[in-house]
Design a protein around this ligand. Structure first.
Ligand code: DAH
Length: 341
């Protein structure tokens, strides 16, 4: 038996040392130490030994088991370390390989124009406001002196959310005037850019969603001269010194007097061409002196305060700024177009 044990020990140890995988190690563990393993088989014969031999052989068998277990665990660690090294080698990252170029986006031309507009107005002491696109008809119409029956309230022009026409997608940024008057201290100087919605078909100059920049000043002794002076300054900063504007009388329910401001066509310089539809001028905004009724509805005394306001078409402003001929280019997001700015 002594010999048997010595043989098992020698064989097992050399087998373990040359095992190349964890699976092989497991198989060896079963082969020698398992229930039907070789060492176990030897131990089962212990009963046949004399009482004097039994403890000696028992001790010897235990030594073999201990040596085997130790060898198994040592080889296990060696294999694990080897596997880790292999993985590190396989998964190594070569930090010197040139990277893949990242495609950077760029600012949309309309937002470039908006940032310029904001900068100009902020430089003149205006605050930039943001407001909801889902608006109450009360603020979009009533508080702006466009009562029941005003044509722009019609269902064919405006997107309503409810049967009784109380909630709508704002059709203009002008309700921001009311929101400013209701929440801000006088004097007020604000602009409020944002999306507006109307039931228009898409063509070269129309879209059911477009952008406006609202502007408003309320203070003592504010006149139409301030309106013209400020807007002319903005146009010159935006389009260059000497850019010509034209103010035409117009009608808006919330201003009196009202006007529209045109800027000379960038394509033809005023002679008339397809871009300006032969006019020589392109309409940029509506404006006027705030109607006394509008001031009154917001609790402002029109005998003490006066104000002017405007609503500028942002797409048009950007189109003029970057000489873009078709409104649809602004919304289609074709990268060949966008990459030009
Ligand atoms: N809200 C008008 C529109 O969408 C534009 C406008 C005209 C705004 C005159 C104003 C204004 O603030 O004073 O056509």
């Amino acid at each position: 038996m002594r010999e048997q044990l010595a043989n098992i020990r020698a064989q097992a140890l050399s087998a373990v040392e040359s095992a190349g995988t964890a699976a092989e190690l497991d198989a060896l563990r079963v082969q020698y130490l398992g229930k039907k393993g070789e060492l176990t088989a030897v131990l089962k014969q212990m009963g046949k030994l004399s009482p004097e031999e039994r403890p000696v052989m028992g001790q010897l068998a235990n030594d073999v088991r201990a040596a085997l277990e130790e060898a198994l665990s040592r080889q296990g660690s060696i294999l694990e370390a080897r596997a880790l090294e292999q993985r590190l080698r396989d998964e190594a990252v070569d930090v010197t390989v040139p990277g893949k170029p990242v495609k950077l986006g760029r600012r949309h031309p309309m937002y470039i124009a908006l940032d310029e507009i904001k900068d100009i107005f902020i430089g003149m002491g205006f605050t930039v406001l943001d407001g909801p696109e889902i608006e109450l008809a009360e603020l979009n119409f009533d508080r702006l002196n466009a009562g029941e029956g005003h044509p722009s309230r019609d269902w064919s022009d405006t997107f309503y959310f409810d049967e009784d026409s109380r909630v709508m997608l704002r059709s203009q940024t002008s309700p921001m005037q009311v929101r400013a008057m209701d929440t801000m201290e006088l004097p007020i100087r604000i602009i409020a850019p944002g999306r507006v919605y109307r039931k228009d078909e898409v063509d070269a100059t129309h879209s059911p969603m477009f952008h406006q920049v609202e502007g408003m000043v309320i203070d003592k002794n504010v006149t139409m001269a301030d309106l013209k002076g400020t807007l002319n300054t903005v146009v010159e900063k935006l389009y260059g010194k000497g850019t010509k504007t034209r103010f035409r009388p117009h009608h808006f329910p919330f201003t009196e007097p009202s006007c529209e401001m045109d800027v000379q066509c960038h394509k033809c310089g005023g002679v008339g061409c397809p871009t300006c539809k032969g006019e020589g001028w392109i309409e940029l905004l509506g404006a006027g002196m705030i109607h006394p009724k509008v001031l009154q509805m917001s609790g402002i005394d029109p005998e003490v305060y006066s104000g002017w306001a405007f609503g500028m078409g942002l797409e048009r402003t950007a189109m003029r700024r970057f000489k873009i001929a078709d409104l649809r280019l602004i919304f289609e997001n074709d990268v060949r177009f966008l990459e030009q700015f």
